[in-house]
Design a binder for this molecule. Structure first.
Ligand SMILES: [Zn+2]
Length: 482
C-alpha cells in the first residue's frame, strides 16, 4: 500500500475554516506550483503550467483577432530610461530589482530587470513612428516581469510572474480610449467564458491608477472568501509616455504631434483567481475550458482488471481523444477510491468509471466534479454526451460564481453598515463616494476596504458620500482586496 493512501485529501485545510491555508494546500497538493529557493518566486509545475497555457492560448487568439501582433523586448532596461517618466519611476522604484555587476565587472549604468516594459518599448516606438501612416502600432508581448514583493502568495503575488503586456500607439485620444476599453471587454470575455469567473468592469480612482497613466480601467472578481481580486488592467496612457520618450509623428495636417498610448496586461494571477472562485473542500474545481484533463477514465475491477477492463478503457480513451476531449487514463496500481480522491483534488471536471459490469451493459458511470452527480451513460454516443456535459459544467460554474458574487454584493449609504459588512467575509459594497482621495484613504484605514473601481456608465448619485456626507460624485465598488 502506498504511504499516501487515504490521508491524501484530508491533508487539505477546510475552505470555510481557513481559506488562506486551504488555498496554499490546494496549490501544493494538486501540484500546480511549488516554492523555490528564491524567496518570493514560485515554480509553476506542469499541471499548473498546462492551465496557464490554455488560458494563454485563449488570450492570444483574441489579442490577434483584434488586430494585434506579438513581439519581444529585452528583460533589461537601462536605468536612465526608467527615470524618464517621473510618475512611472516613482510608482515602481520600491519594487525594482537592478543588475549592477556582470561579466565580472561593475556596470557603468545599472540595468533594471523589467517591472513592466513601457520604458523600453516607448524608446523603440520613438524610432519606429514618423508619420500618421505608421499608426496605430498594436503590439503585444508575452514575458516575465519582476516586482520585488515583501509579501508573496503563489500565483496571486510573486516577485517574478508571467503575463502579456500590450502596448499601442494611436493618432488620437479617442482611438486610444477605444483601444483601452476594447481590451477591457476582451479580458472580461476571457475571464467569464474561459475561467467561468464573473468580473466587474470599471475605472480606477486617481490613487489606484497605474503609475504614469491618464486613466486605468480594471476588471475585479470576487473570491470565495469575500475578497476582491484585480484580475486585469487596461491603461489609457494619454501622451505621458509619448512626451517622456519623444514618440512624435507628422499628423495629417503636417503638424508634429505626440502619439496617444495604451498598455494593458493580465498575469498568472488569473490562475490563482480561478482556484479561489471555484475550489471546494476536496480541492480544485476546474472549468472544462482550462482543465488540462477534462475527463479522467478510471478502470474498476478486481485483481485482473488489466486483462478484463483496461483494453476497453484504452479504446474509450482513444475515442474521446479523437472527439477533441482532453482525456487521461489512470492505469496506476492504486485502489479506485484513491484515484477518485486524487482526481477530485486535481479538479478534473468529469470522471468516467468503467468496470466489468459496465462493459457487459456497454455503459459507463460518469461523475461530475462540481456537483458530484453520477449517471450511467451508454458507450454508444458517449463522446457527444460528455461534450454536452462539459458545456453544462462550464456554464453552471459561471452561474454559481455569479450567484455567489451577487449574494455578496451589498448596497448601502450608511457608514456603520458599511463597516459591519467589511468584517468577516465581506464581498463588494456599492456606496456613494465624494471623489476625494483623503476620504478614500480614511475608508481604507477604518475598514481595509479600497475602491476596486467605479462603473463605466451610470448617472451620478444624488445623495451624500457614505463616509463624510460630502456630495457624492459616483457609486463606487468597495472591497477588501488581495
Ligand atoms: Zn467622502
Amino acid at each position: 500500500m502506498p504511504k499516501h493512501a487515504d490521508s491524501f485529501v484530508t491533508e487539505i485545510a477546510s475552505r470555510s475554516e481557513d481559506f488562506s491555508r486551504w488555498y496554499l494546500d490546494v496549490v501544493r497538493r494538486a501540484e500546480l506550483a511549488d516554492y523555490s529557493p528564491v524567496k518570493g518566486c514560485m515554480v509553476i509545475r506542469p499541471y499548473g503550467y498546462a492551465i496557464w497555457e490554455l488560458l494563454q492560448q485563449a488570450l492570444d487568439s483574441r489579442i490577434k483577432a483584434t488586430g494585434h501582433v506579438n513581439a519581444y523586448f529585452p528583460l533589461f532596461i537601462p536605468d536612465s530610461l526608467l527615470l524618464k517618466e517621473a510618475d512611472h519611476v516613482e510608482g515602481f522604484s520600491p519594487q525594482v530589482a537592478y543588475v549592477t555587476h556582470a561579466g565580472g565587472e561593475e556596470l557603468e549604468e545599472k540595468l533594471v530587470v523589467r517591472p513592466t516594459s513601457e520604458a523600453i518599448i516607448g524608446t523603440m516606438y520613438a524610432n519606429w513612428v514618423h508619420s500618421w501612416r505608421d499608426l496605430p502600432i498594436l503590439i503585444n508581448q508575452w514575458a516575465n516581469v519582476v516586482r520585488w514583493e515583501k509579501k508573496t502568495y503563489p500565483f496571486l503575488r510573486t516577485t517574478e510572474f508571467l503575463w502579456q503586456e500590450g502596448h499601442t500607439a494611436h493618432e488620437t485620444e479617442a482611438e486610444a480610449e477605444e483601444e483601452t476599453l476594447k481590451i477591457l471587454d476582451l479580458y472580461t470575455d476571457v475571464c467569464e467564458s474561459e475561467l467561468a469567473m464573473p468580473v466587474v468592469k470599471g475605472r480606477k480612482t486617481e490613487s489606484e491608477k497605474f503609475a504614469g497613466a491618464l486613466r486605468t480601467y480594471s476588471i475585479e472578481a470576487l473570491m470565495g472568501d469575500g475578497r476582491a481580486l484585480q484580475a486585469g488592467t487596461s491603461h489609457n496612457l494619454g501622451q505621458n509616455f509619448a512626451k517622456a520618450f519623444d514618440i512624435k509623428f507628422q499628423a495629417r495636417d503636417t503638424s508634429m504631434q505626440h502619439v496617444w498610448g495604451t498598455s494593458w496586461g493580465v498575469t498568472t494571477r488569473l490562475v490563482g483567481g480561478m482556484i479561489m472562485v471555484h475550489g471546494d473542500d476536496s480541492g480544485l474545481v476546474l472549468p472544462p475550458r482550462v482543465a488540462p484533463y477534462q475527463v479522467v477514465v478510471v478502470p474498476i475491477g478486481r485483481e485482473n482488471w488489466r486483462e478484463t477492463v483496461l483494453p476497453t478503457a484504452k479504446e474509450l480513451q482513444d475515442r474521446l481523444r479523437a472527439a477533441g476531449i482532453r482525456v487521461t487514463l489512470d492505469e496506476r496500481d492504486e485502489r479506485p477510491g484513491w484515484k477518485f480522491a486524487e482526481w477530485e483534488l486535481r479538479g478534473v471536471p468529469l470522471r468516467v468509471e468503467i468496470g466489468p459490469k459496465d462493459i457487459e451493459k456497454s455503459a459507463v458511470l460518469v461523475a461530475r466534479r462540481d456537483t458530484r452527480e453520477k449517471q450511467s451513460i451508454p458507450m454508444d454516443g458517449l463522446p457527444a454526451r460528455l461534450i454536452d456535459l462539459l458545456t453544462a459544467v462550464q456554464r453552471e460554474l459561471f452561474d454559481r460564481a455569479r450567484n455567489f458574487r451577487d449574494q455578496h454584493t451589498h448596497r448601502t449609504s450608511s457608514y456603520e453598515e458599511f463597516k459591519q459588512i467589511m468584517e468577516g467575509r465581506p464581498g463588494f459594497v456599492i456606496a456613494p463616494w465624494c471623489g476625494q482621495a483623503g476620504c478614500e484613504a480614511q475608508i481604507k484605514t477604518d475598514t481595509q476596504a479600497t475602491i476596486r473601481n467605479m462603473p463605466l456608465v451610470g448617472a451620478s448619485p444624488s445623495g451624500a458620500c457614505v463616509r463624510d456626507n460630502a456630495p457624492a460624485v459616483v457609486e463606487a465598488w468597495f472591497a477588501k482586496a488581495y
